[in-house]
Design a protein around this ligand. Structure first.
Ligand code: SF4
Length: 623
């Protein structure tokens, strides 16, 4: 690193940059949080954020940019062709396969070629780089999360060619503790690599910059070229107190949005952060591996920490007033029931028509879901992942398929959109698990469908750490990185998406009936519930001493049944999973045989789901 020789000027100027393919319809929480934090903590620092992704989205067209940013590899292919022109043919082939999967260029008036897309992106990126007076900055930080790797490499290289003396910091979820030194060795343009959360490492770099001692900063999550060697050290437990963080500063994003032509302008969402980490995944005092096996969303955090609900409500109110936006994007991986309860009660009291869509676990009760809905929740992102209890157990989910059906049912009844994925092709899957899944889908298909999501291996996940237990081997950076990056880089740094081998014959063939069933489920659900006024596919109406249950079929036919008083009472009792023994004790005057026969009839009529002696009524109430 060629630190500038001139005397340190104050305030220190830091530029914080976010590149494609960050989603364009929201400001970057990373930029907003870091700016607010370092300016508050360091009186002699001025931070400027640069949401370059937004302007590149405008240049490309928001619809196309949006589709590319949601595809796994397409965006990386475009910048790979710009950074490594000798790889552009291979990058184009990979892009076309993504286009085939995601229909990226859908709706374009002409068939834009891959080289044309690259040219547009290059022009927009170069023009943005050229529009900034970089010379006034003392340091530049680049946040790199999912799908921002190649765009960030392109930016850093262009900047270093023109301003070789400006130190560059990289940080974000792409960087893993214990592997940061490899990045310094592989990318001579990078001067600092930050692992873990960004606030206190960035502050320590800025403090070092203002004093300029001979050695680099000593923060355990800062890895510095000045140190001369680049060991892959694992770091200490140094995480900030989330309750002491200021609200993010999104001013620059909204100023840039103001320059977008009025025909293209849109209402973005406001990202807010109420917690970091997940209580199911992190416990620094536990030696046992915890958390959902496939999840790598918490490798940055060591502990679960959360703000107070009142603090979050205050922060949301402030952001709403400042930006006049009502769509709130709660970024927490996990929203605890207590937090959800108090937060949404507080949002309700604001008296504003907020639009929120939080992530919750499948255990979330109907009462909490109701609170979410009445506080402005339009839907919930639920961690369903599978409809086979054996598979859920191996995934470390600690719930059963019947519990997943319960939350799908409750969301349907409350009119909350239940957005959830089903993981296909999880390593070690068996025919029995696939059969169990298909059986469960045949009951679940009256609720909002699950999105098929083929399993991919994330670095830092439990399955990645404990490969033997899950029967995978040959773990390596994803093979697509070898297409996009030079061999020397693809083999030396740890990258978020991984490839692996398994002994199983063909997981794709095993799971293809489930994939087909999910597509069929989506088609039939959407065709029946095509308008907001369409009735639920399976609903009941309560007559007090009888119950009418209606089941709609895909061809428009419906079957209606009337349940007697005792069957009604039993049906209403099972609106949450109940074990047979519990049901028997509730109906002491009905013989076990009669109860068993009623439950059998309701189960074979697809009105009740049964699993290992537990029963769940599936119809939703319609008044
Ligand atoms: S999937 Fe959700 S609940 Fe599971 S470990 Fe990850 S963040 Fe926690």
């Amino acid at each position: 690193m060629n630190a500038r020789e001139t005397e340190t000027r104050f305030p220190l100027q830091v530029a914080l940059v976010s590149l494609p393919w960050q989603l364009y319809d929201r400001p970057s929480i990373q930029l907003g949080a870091l700016k607010a934090y370092v300016e508050r903590e360091h009186p002699r620092v001025a931070a400027t954020t640069h949401s370059f992704y937004l302007m590149i989205a405008e240049a490309l067209g928001f619809a196309l940019y949006g589709r590319i940013s949601l595809a796994r590899w397409a965006g990386e292919c475009i910048y790979a062709a710009l950074v490594y022109p000798d790889r552009s043919r291979a990058a184009e082939a990979l892009f076309e396969s993504e286009d085939h999967l995601h229909n990226l260029r859908r709706g374009l008036s002409h068939q834009t070629s891959f080289p044309d897309l690259c040219k547009t992106v290059q022009r927009a990126t170069d023009s943005l780089i050229g529009s900034v007076d970089w010379d006034r900055y003392d340091i530049v930080g680049v946040t790199i999360t999912f799908n921002q790797l190649l765009s960030s490499i392109y930016f850093i290289r262009q900047l270093k060619v023109r301003f070789p003396e400006i130190p560059i910091i990289v940080g974000g979820t792409t960087f893993f503790r214990g592997r940061a030194g490899d990045w310094l060795a592989a990318f001579p343009e990078v001067d600092f690599v930050v692992t873990g959360e960004g606030e206190s490492p960035l502050l320590s770099i800025l403090e070092w910059l203002s004093e300029r001692p001979n050695r680099g900063p000593t923060h355990p999550d800062v890895h510095c070229r000045l140190h001369g060697t680049f060991p892959n050290t694992t770091t200490a437990l140094k995480e900030c107190e989330i309750r002491a963080l200021p609200a993010p500063d999104y001013t620059e994003y909204f100023e840039r949005l103001g320059t977008v032509t009025s025909q293209q302008r849109f209402f973005p969402s406001l990202p807010v952060e109420g917690a970091r980490g997940c209580p199911y995944a992190s416990n620094v005092n536990s030696k046992k591996e915890r958390g959902c096996a496939f999840c790598n969303m918490n490798h940055q955090w060591l502990r679960y920490r959360k703000k107070k609900p009142d603090q979050m409500v205050g922060e949301i109110a402030k952001l709403i007033n400042r930006h006049q936006i009502l769509k709130i994007n709660i970024l927490d991986n996990y929203l605890s029931p207590t937090m959800a309860d108090k937060l949404f009660a507080g949002l309700r009291k604001l008296g504003k028509d907020v639009h929120v869509f939080p992530s919750v676990r499948a255990e979330t009760s109907k009462e909490v879901l109701y609170r979410i809905q009445s506080g402005g929740g339009k839907g919930v992102q639920v961690g369903i992942e599978a409809l086979s209890t054996a598979l859920l157990k191996r995934m470390g989910k600690k719930i059963k398929a019947i519990d997943n059906l319960r939350i799908m049912r409750d969301c349907e009844e409350l009119g909350l959109i239940c957005q959830a994925n089903m993981i296909l092709g999880f390593p070690g899957s068996t025919e029995t698990e696939v059969a169990e899944t298909l059986r469960c889908i045949s009951y679940a298909n009256v609720f909002r469908p699950l999105n098929p999501n083929w399993f991919w291996l994330g670095a830092g996940s439990r399955i990645w750490r404990d490969q033997d237990q899950f029967g995978i081997f040959g773990v390596r950076n994803h093979d697509n990185y070898r297409v996009l990056l030079p061999e020397s880089i693809a083999n030396s740094v740890l990258l978020p998406q991984q490839s692996y081998d398994v002994d199983e014959e063909d997981l794709e063939a095993l799971w293809s009936p489930v994939h087909k069933a999910l597509i069929q489920w989506t088609d039939s659900y959407n065709s029946i519930r095509s308008t907001p006024y369409s009735p639920p596919l399976l609903y009941y109406q309560d007559g007090g001493d009888f119950l009418i249950v209606t089941h709609l079929n895909v061809n428009g036919d419906s079957t209606t049944r009337r349940l007697s008083k005792s069957a009604r009472d039993l049906y209403l009792m099972c609106l949450r999973p109940r074990h047979l023994e519990e049901i028997e004790s509730e109906f002491p005057r009905v013989s076990r045989e009669v109860l068993a026969s009623t439950l059998r009839q309701l189960t074979s009529a697809m009105l009740i789901y049964e699993e290992e002696g537990f029963y769940l009524s599936l119809a939703v109430r319609r008044r």
